[in-house]
Ligand binder design. Structure first.
Ligand code: FES
Ligand SMILES: [Fe+2]
Length: 339
């Protein structure tokens, strides 16, 4: 069962090249995407004639021709040509999915078009925003998207799964629970890590710093995180709430999990920092560590998927305090599915 009335990230904008046809599947629904003079479109990847995939078709200007028997479709999905026939029946049209570009992500609404509200799309940065220096990647998972969501909702795993990468010298990730607050379609997390000793090129920030981390986790798996490194003592000075004063270093992590099928998902991610805080060389290094860490997650989660397929459904897992957020999120998904 899928939640259809939702926006899903289908691609990075730079992936949808002019003159090329892209096949993508989201929640088991095959889509064909291409760029027109006025923007990107997403249609159902199925010709209404004999159901051949339109992704095997041909672009003719802004129109898409099915290369089985030649029916031609406008970007809005209406049929504009049937070889050997003058009259075009209204039923000869392809479903068009509402699509929006926000930042550098292409979002597709998978539900009823009338329910699509672009205002509900989470704000994310454009990769070319001059205030930031960001690098982007993606990973294909052989796993259900909710397993990846669990991972993003419980960062206690950083201290262990990423002991040599993102969680290095940070036992607090596992030991201290973040503050958590409900959002319209997700959860917000905030926490201070005090007395952190920066390593590598971050050493210049000082012997010890206080690190403020906050992220919004939004359905279906959007993770928008800000990490601010402040002079030691800032956490207490700020009453352990939002930091007062300018950060010494401001890091950004933005990720989106898109379900493809019941055991396949795509993971889009961008990482970087404020343009003034990082040069291209260091960004390269920061991104390399991040990518290594995401492969650490992938290895665990894909094996977890295999084990879950083998064990009986009634087998209960053990609950720890760190499971509070994933459990809460699963309840939210169940409520959305019921609705
Ligand atoms: S299946 Fe597309 S034209 Fe026949
Ligand atoms: Fe992770």
């Amino acid at each position: 069962m899928w939640i259809r009335n939702a926006w899903y990230v289908a691609a990075w904008t730079h992936e949808i090249e002019s003159g090329r046809i892209h096949a993508r599947t989201i929640i088991d629904q095959p889509l064909v995407m291409f760029r027109t003079a006025t923007g990107i479109v997403a249609l159902e990847d199925r010709c209404p004639h004999r159901f051949a995939p339109l992704s095997l078709g041909r672009l003719e200007g802004d129109a898409l021709r099915c290369m089985y028997h030649g029916l031609k479709f406008a970007p809005d999905g209406t049929c504009i040509e049937i070889p050997g026939q003058k009259l075009i029946p209204q039923s000869a049209c392809v479903r068009r999915f509402p699509l929006q570009v926000v930042g550098s992500w292409v979002w597709v609404w998978m539900g009823e078009a009338d329910n699509a509200d672009a205002a509900t799309i989470p704000p994310s940065l454009a990769l070319d925003d001059p205030a930031w220096r960001l690098q982007a990647g993606q990973l294909d998972y052989d796993a259900h998207y909710l397993l990846i969501d669990d991972n993003l909702l419980d960062l206690s795993h950083l201290s262990f799964a990423h002991e040599k990468t993102l969680g290095m010298d940070m036992p607090q990730w596992a030991d201290l629970r973040p503050r958590m607050a409900p959002l319209e379609r997700g959860l917000r997390f905030e926490r201070w890590h005090t007395g952190h000793r920066p390593r590598g090129f971050m050493k210049k920030l000082g012997e010890e710093v206080d690190v403020w981390t906050t992220y919004d986790f939004l359905f279906p798996g959007v993770f928008l995180q800000r990490t601010c490194f402040h002079p030691a003592g800032t956490a207490d000075r700020s009453g352990r709430g939002s930091p007062q004063g300018e950060p010494l270093f401001y890091r950004i992590d933005e990720q989106a999990v898109t379900p493809i099928s019941g055991r396949a998902s795509r993971y889009f991610y961008a990482a970087g920092a404020r343009a003034n805080d990082i040069d291209p060389d260091r960004l390269e290094r920061l991104f390399a560590v991040t990518t290594t860490a995401f492969h650490e997650d992938k290895r665990l989660i894909e094996e977890q998927q295999v084990i879950l397929e083998r064990i009986p459904l009634e087998q209960r897992s053990i609950f720890t305090p760190a499971d509070q957020a994933p459990t809460r999120a699963r309840q939210m998904v169940a409520a959305m599915l019921n609705a």
